[in-house]
Ligand binder design. Structure first.
Ligand SMILES: *Cc1c(COP(=O)(O)O)cnc(C)c1O
Length: 380
């Protein structure tokens, strides 16, 4: 028998999270998560899930019936979209301008489908004209997949135009909105997005580990007309919907699929409620305003942005590390002396850039001031 380890309770320090996620969590969200756990088929919990669906629909600006939170992080939301919609042998146009577009490509290949990759430089937006040329060259393509807000670089792509192109060429669109939802304009129904996934831990400022997703009626038809069952039992939306779709009046109809992460869903409910109280457009504006303040300060310190202004995300600010500065040492000092986390560069930008997040609850004046003050001191 192993002897019982003697380990103290884990008490993390209070950090200010200004990296690419997780972001600072709203205090109300942490409080919500600490409320009593009740049964996941308890009528009160079922009613909470119904409200949660309405709140997700609001955040996405959609009336899609198939709207829910996957019980796993953003990466699982990505996988949910690909394994449900795409079948082996189908062709998917995948736009790649950073880390997450590459992950989409890997998802497509693992399904046994063919990925036709449209590459754009890291730090650039996806080029609609490149996508259109690719659609023309591949009339048998069934999907266009792209990342709305590429967190690895801080570039925003034109989702409205890309989805319109997809539709024009009879393709369904699959959109990664993990970093965009709540931070920049996003209109699922108006823009004709067919499948979308987000994450709880970026601009929603909820705890990590949940992925809101939504599927248009056309996407639902595609799922229903599959020739083969979805190879993932857990992520199969036709099964999960049986769990999410029983309404309050007929909660008896709600069938067990898996045990929902009850307390994490309280947290998501609270974060989306806070977003609805603020109002989506006000939240988008707050991110834009705080970005302007941060940008002025960063430029005042002589730092240069990776992404050009026209397609720069307010919530993810990638700046080049100045010549002769030790990347890891700066981030270590920020963490140890200021309890401040900023993000390292990822992929092609590893060691070359820092990524400063202004996400959700983190997009506020105190955070901007702390970050600029700390960077100024450490860089000098
Ligand atoms: C963070 C992120 C993901 C993955 O989300 P996890 O919660 O880390 O699994 C996917 N896409 C983008 C654009 C992201 O920023």
């Amino acid at each position: 028998m192993l002897s019982a380890p003697s380990i103290d309770a884990f008490n993390p320090p209070r950090r200010t999270l200004m990296g690419p996620g997780p972001s600072d969590v709203y205090p109300e969200v942490l409080a919500a998560q600490a409320r009593p756990t009740i049964g996941h088929l308890d009528p009160l919990f079922v009613a909470m899930m119904d409200e949660l669906k309405v709140l997700i629909q609001y955040a996405f600006q959609t009336k899609n019936e198939m709207t829910l939170a996957v019980s796993a992080p953003g990466s699982a939301g990505m996988e949910t979209c690909f394994v449900n919609l795409v079948e082996a042998g189908e062709k998917v146009i995948v736009c790649r301008n950073g880390v997450f577009g590459e992950r989409m490509r890997q998802n497509v290949e693992r399904v046994g489908a063919t990925a036709v990759v449209v590459d754009n430089e890291w730090g650039e937006a996806v080029s609609p004209s490149d996508v259109e040329a690719t659609l023309k060259a591949h009339p048998d393509a069934k999907f266009v997949a792209f990342v709305h807000a590429e967190t690895s670089t801080g570039a925003l792509s034109d989702a409205k135009t890309l989805c319109a192109l997809a539709k024009q060429y009879d393709c369904l669109s699959i959109v990664d909105a993990v970093t965009s939802v709540g931070g920049v304009e996003l209109r699922v129904d108006e823009w004709g997005i067919d499948a979308i996934y987000a994450g709880s831990q970026k601009c929603l400022s909820c705890v990590p580990g949940l992925s809101p997703v939504s599927f248009s009626p056309a996407a639902v038809d595609k799922i229903k007309s599959r020739a083969t069952p979805v190879q993932s039992w857990f992520l199969d939306q036709t099964l999960v919907m049986g769990y999410w779709s029983g309404s309050t009046d007929n909660s008896a109809k709600r069938s067990y699929h898996h045990t929902a992460p009850v307390n994490a869903l309280y947290a998501l409910h609270e974060s989306l409620r806070l977003l609805a109280n603020e109002g989506l457009e006000a939240a988008w504006q707050r991110h834009a305003d705080m970005h302007q303040v941060l940008k002025q300060g960063l430029e005042g310190l002589g730092l240069k942005f990776v992404v050009e202004e026209a397609c720069r995300l307010p919530q993810l600010n990638a700046v080049y590390i100045p010549e002769g500065i030790d990347d890891a040492a700066v981030r270590k000092q920020l963490l140890e002396n200021y309890n401040l986390e900023i993000g390292a560069g990822l992929g092609a930008l590893a060691g070359k850039a820092w990524r400063i997040g202004l996400m959700g609850f983190g997009a506020r004046r105190e955070n901007v001031a702390l970050c600029l003050g700390a960077l100024e001191e450490v860089l000098n």
